[in-house]
Design a protein around this ligand. Structure first.
Ligand SMILES: C[S@@+](CC[C@H](N)C(=O)[O-])C[C@H]1O[C@@H](n2cnc3c(N)ncnc32)[C@H](O)[C@@H]1O
Length: 257
C-alpha cells in the first residue's frame, strides 16, 4: 500500500518540476529574443554610423582631389565628420593663418584647402618626431610644402592657474595673428584636460573673428575645457556639433575696449 502513494508523490513532484522547467525555458526564450533584438538595433546603428563616415570620407577625397592615397589611422586620425567641419570652414572663410595642435591627415586637408583658396598657410605643432616626419612626407608627396609647415614642438612643462601640464613648446611657432585654430592634440592619455593649455597659451594671438575647432568634444574633459575657455576669454562663444566624437566650434568676437 505504501508503494502506490510513493509513486503518486513522485509523479506529482516530477510534474511540478516539469512545469517549472517549461516556464524557465519560455522565459529564457523571451529574454534571448529581447537580447537578439537589442543586438540587431545596435548593429543597424553601427551600419548607419559607418556608412555616414565612409560617405564623408569619399566626398572629402573627391572634393579635395586627394586621390593618391590618404594617411588614415582609425584610432588616431580625426574622423571624416570632423574633417568635413574644418574643410568646409577653410573653403568658406578663407583664413590666412591656420595653427593646429597635432599633425596628420588634418594638416594635409587644411593645406590642400589653402591651395584651392589660393590663400592661407598652416602651422602644425607636433610633439612626436616620427609623426612630424610622416606628415611632412605626405605634404611633400602632394606638393603642398608651400601651404603647410610641421613644427617640431616637444611637450614641455607649463603651470596654469596652479596646475601642471605638458603641452607643445611654442619656440618654433612664428608670432602671427591666428585666424583659425584646430585642436586635436595632445592625446588625452597624457594628462587630465590635456588640451586645456591651448587657449591660455595662444588666446592673445587669436585674431578678432578667429574660429577654434576642438575635436573629441563629447568627452567630459573637453566639455569642461570649453566651459573654462569661454569663462576666461571675453567674446568667445561655443557651439557643439553632435558628430561621432563631438566637435566644439568656438568663435571669438573681441568686445570693444
Ligand atoms: C589624435 S592624433 C591626431 C593627428 C592628426 N590631427 C590627424 O587627424 O591625423 C594626436 C597625436 O597623436 C599622436 N599619434 C598619431 N598617431 C599615433 C599612433 N599611431 N600612436 C601613438 N600616437 C600617435 C601624434 O603625436 C598626434 O599628433
Amino acid at each position: 500500500m505504501l508503494y502506490p502513494s510513493l509513486i503518486l508523490a513522485l509523479l506529482a513532484t516530477i510534474a511540478v518540476l516539469l512545469v517549472v522547467l517549461l516556464r524557465q525555458v519560455r522565459a529564457d526564450g523571451r529574454s534571448a529574443a529581447r537580447l537578439a533584438e537589442r543586438a540587431e538595433a545596435r548593429m543597424a546603428a553601427e551600419r548607419h554610423r559607418l556608412f555616414g563616415q565612409v560617405a564623408a570620407w569619399l566626398s572629402l577625397r573627391d572634393r579635395l582631389g586627394l586621390r593618391q592615397g590618404l594617411p588614415y589611422s582609425h584610432n588616431w586620425s580625426a574622423a571624416p565628420d570632423f574633417l568635413e567641419q574644418i574643410v568646409d570652414h577653410v573653403l568658406a572663410a578663407r583664413p590666412a593663418t591656420i595653427v593646429e595642435c597635432s599633425s596628420g591627415l588634418t594638416t594635409l586637408m587644411l593645406a590642400r584647402c589653402c591651395e584651392m583658396n589660393g590663400k592661407g598657410r598652416v602651422w602644425s605643432l607636433e610633439n612626436g618626431p616620427e609623426f612630424a616626419a610622416r606628415t611632412r612626407a605626405e605634404i611633400a608627396r602632394y606638393g603642398l610644402a608651400d601651404r603647410a609647415e610641421v613644427i617640431d614642438a616637444p611637450l614641455v612643462p607649463y603651470t596654469l592657474a596652479g596646475l601642471d601640464y605638458q603641452w607643445y613648446s611654442l619656440a618654433g611657432l612664428p608670432d602671427r595673428s591666428i585666424d583659425m585654430l584646430v585642436i586635436d592634440g595632445p592625446p588625452g592619455f597624457i594628462q587630465r584636460h590635456s588640451r586645456h593649455p591651448a587657449l591660455p597659451l595662444l588666446g592673445d594671438r587669436l585674431a578678432d573673428g578667429c574660429t577654434v575647432f576642438l575635436d573629441d568634444a563629447a568627452r567630459p574633459d573637453e566639455r569642461e575645457i570649453v566651459a573654462w575657455w569661454c569663462a576666461a576669454l571675453p567674446g568667445l562663444q561655443a557651439r557643439f556639433v553632435d558628430n561621432e566624437r563631438g566637435c566644439a566650434i568656438l568663435r571669438l568676437d573681441r568686445p570693444p575696449t
